[in-house]
Every structure is written in C-alpha cells, then in structure tokens.
Write a protein that binds this ligand. Structure first.
Ligand SMILES: Cc1ncc(COP(=O)(O)O)c(C=O)c1O
Length: 421
C-alpha cells in the first residue's frame, strides 16, 4: 500500500507537493500513477544533468560493483583522483586543493574552519538574504528566512551581516546599490568586526534562496580587493550557482574574480550526496592535519558520480546550453511581464532566473503560491524563494531544450492568468 507508515515520517520536513515520485528521466518526474511532471525545480538545483543521466548511472553502477566505500582516513581510492582531475579542468585556476564532504552545509563548515586556521581570526561576515545551510554554524550564517532559526536561538556567535546588493529590493539602480553595499560593508568592518578579527567574508555570487539576485557588475571585484587589502579570506559559496547553472561553470567566472575558497555541492554529483571546497593550496599549509574530516568525507561512490557528472557537463557543453536557454527563458518571461504588472522583476544569469511579484509595492507571496499550484496542476513543478516568498526561482535542468523552455513558459503564462483572475 502506498504511503503506508507516513505517520512515522518526521514532520520537520516541509513539502512543496504531495507527489509520490516513482521514477524520473531527464527533465521529467513520473508519479506512482504515471503522471508526468516537468521538473523545473531540479531537486533544488541538484539535477543539473537531468534525472538519471545515462553516463552518471553507468558510473554509479560500475563503481558499486567494484567498491562502494573506501574510508578516506584509512585508504585512498581512484574515484577521488578522477574527481579532482575533472574539477581541475573547470574550477578557476589558482584553486588547486580539494576537500570533500556530503552536504552543502558541510562544505561551508569546512570553508569556515579552513579560513579560521589560515588567518588565526575568529569572525565571519555574511550578506543579508544568505543561505548557507542548516547546521548550527551555517544556520547562524543564514539570514534568508527566520524559519531556519525559529526557536533555535541563541545561535553561534562571531557572525556579522552586511547588506547584499539587491537593486530591485532597494529600488535603486545597480551603481547606487553597489556603492551602498560596499559602504555598509566597510561600516561593518569599522563598527562590528575589525579586519584583524575577520577570518572570512562569504558571498553567494548569485544569491540563491534569498531571492536569485545577481550582484551589480564590479561588486564581486570590489569585494575581492577589500578582502586582499585586509588579509580576509573571500569565500564564494557556489553550492547553488555552480556546475554550469549560470552559463559558466561557476558564477565567479562571469566577473573573473578568484576567491580564496569556493564551496561546491548540489549539481556536483547529480543527486548522490557530495560536496566540497576548492582552495588555494598555500592556505592548506596552515590547515592542521587531522583537525577536520568525516566518516563519509571523500565518499567513493559519490566521487565516481561526481567525476561522471563534471565530465558530462563538460562533454555536452551543458554550461553553454544554460547560457543559451537562459536567454530564451528570460526573453519569454519579459514578454509575459508586459501583460502582468504584478510581475515586477525578471532577472538572472543562465538558468538561474527570478520572477519577483509585487502588488501595490509590497511583496506578493499569495500569487506565487497560486501560480505554483496552477502550474503543478498543468504538469510543471516550480520553486519559490526570497525572504518574503514572493519570487519564483527558475532552476531547470541544464539539459533543457528550447521546446522544454517554451512549454514551461506557456504553462507559466496560463498559471499566472488563472492566478490573477
Ligand atoms: C548557497 C547555498 N549554500 C549552502 C547550502 C546548504 O546545502 P545543503 O542543503 O546541501 O546542506 C545551500 C542549500 O540550498 C545553498 O543554496
């Protein structure tokens, strides 16, 4: 019997839908009755290569038959070397050491621990709207929504928040927003966490859960300069924006900015739990051996899936496809925007696109909820985001074709029409 025992499943998980998924292929999910859904959630940015990409499935099968688990504190194994070889070809040159874990939050934890050892400093600066995870440290670094902190206070100390340069929210042009955010960041360094107490500044190079915001041109470069001036580690959290999502392998590459440490997860292994950090090898000399690790750190099966995923993205040019399909999606959404004043902003980079809804100048979460429901009824799964939950984030698999984008746009228009009636 389907769903038997549901009362034993923790209610701490929230659920976007009631779908009981049976199987999936490419951009499509199928439920237990055979209904087909276009999955434009990509499992929150995980299935960049589409569901069950044949090359990834083959790699997992082959590895599972050979060695599922070679504990990395005890032995070395080949998949970790294969993954490193693949990653070396796609991460910004200069990031040449790698550590692996399982979840995005663990990658952020590792990045912070490395930054603390590398600098001997205690504090971290984050940006408003950030999402860095749900562990106790990363929860304290997360300011996208209070729900992630509710009744868990007090949180880990030594975390300070500067405003993310979010032009549409402030109602300013990009240049004004950039100047303001840099001025406020400098104020944080003067008023809250002195540079010689600041180990790292961490930023999502395209803000994810907080609203799919592309920072103004030049902001990341200015941040790099400020960090270098004060010996502060710049951490780019590419957990959501990485692996081709924004039209380049990593979002920092749009601005040619080299972080000291970069976090990776989600799209790295097509759904097998894997995360990691890439960092400048000179920092590694200060990261004391034995002070970090984990049972599943460098997991054999996950590394095999990761190596196959990165290879597939490279071989099939999925990053480039994200740029092409992203343009098509943005163009289509901007057309729709002309007919619906409630659709206040369309923005994004590659296939990381936001549609933000406002009514009378206020965030409109109700319409987002209605659109998602209507779209699901018509076979399209969409995801929301933003502090006020008034944004639909477009995060399709990078294998999406022009006709998939067009089909989704057509459903979205109908879902929106129905929602405003
Ligand atoms: C930018 C960013 N960092 C970190 C995380 C945490 O990743 P995980 O949920 O795998 O711990 C997320 C998850 O959405 C994220 O988007």
């Amino acid at each position: 019997m389907q769903r038997q025992g549901i009362e034993h499943i923790s209610t701490v998980w929230s659920h976007g839908t009631e779908i009981l998924v049976d199987h999936a292929q490419g951009i499509h999910l199928y439920d237990e009755e055979g209904n087909r859904y276009i999955d434009f959630t990509s499992g929150i940015g995980v299935t960049n290569t589409g569901h069950c990409h044949p090359k990834v499935v083959a790699a997992i099968k082959a590895q599972a038959e050979k060695l599922i688990f070679g504990q990395f504190n005890i032995v070395y194994h080949q998949p970790v070397f294969d993954l490193v070889a693949e990653l070396k070809q796609v991460v910004p040159p200069g990031l040449d050491s790698f550590f692996f874990a399982s979840s995005g939050a663990e990658a952020v934890e590792a990045a912070v621990k490395l930054a603390k050892h590398a600098t001997g400093r205690p504090n971290i600066i984050v940006f408003s709207g950030s999402f860095h995870g749900r562990t106790h440290l990363t929860m304290a670094m997360t300011t996208s929504k209070t729900v992630y902190r509710t009744h868990y206070q007090p949180l880990v100390g030594g975390i300070f928040v500067a405003p993310y340069p979010y032009s549409y929210y402030f109602g300013w042009d990009d240049e004004t927003t950039k100047k303001f955010a840099l001025k406020e960041l400098k104020r944080v360094l003067k008023g809250q966490s002195a540079p010689d107490e600041t180990a790292a500044i961490i930023i999502e190079p395209v803000l994810g859960e907080g609203g799919y915001v592309v920072p103004p041109a030049g902001f990341l470069a200015a941040l790099r300069e400020l960090c270098t001036e004060h010996g502060i580690m710049l951490i780019a959290d590419e957990v959501q924006s990485g692996f081709g999502r924004t039209g380049k392998f990593f979002a920092v590459q749009h601005e040619n900015v080299l972080p000291d440490i970069m976090t990776m997860a989600k799209g790295i292994a097509s759904g097998v739990p894997l995360s990691g950090i890439a960092y400048k090898s000179e920092l590694g000399k200060k990261w004391i051996t034995g002070t970090h690790g984990g049972t599943y750190s460098g997991n054999t099966l996950a590394c095999a899936a990761g190596a196959a995923t990165v290879r597939a993205i490279r071989e099939e040019g999925l990053d480039k496809n994200a740029a092409v399909q992203g343009e098509r999606l943005m163009k289509g959404l901007k057309e729709i925007q002309k007919d619906f004043p409630v659709l206040g902003d369309v923005r994004g980079r590659g296939l990381m696109v936001a549609t933000e809804f406002t009514s009378g100048g206020e965030p409109d979460a109700a319409i987002v909820k209605a659109i998602k429901k209507n779209a699901q009824d018509m076979g399209l799964l969409l995801l929301s985001c933003g502090t006020f939950d008034n944004i639909i984030r477009w995060i399709p698999p990078l294998v999406s074709k022009a006709e998939d984008i067009d089909e989704a746009l057509s459903i979205f228009r109908k879902a929106l029409e129905k929602a405003v009636k």
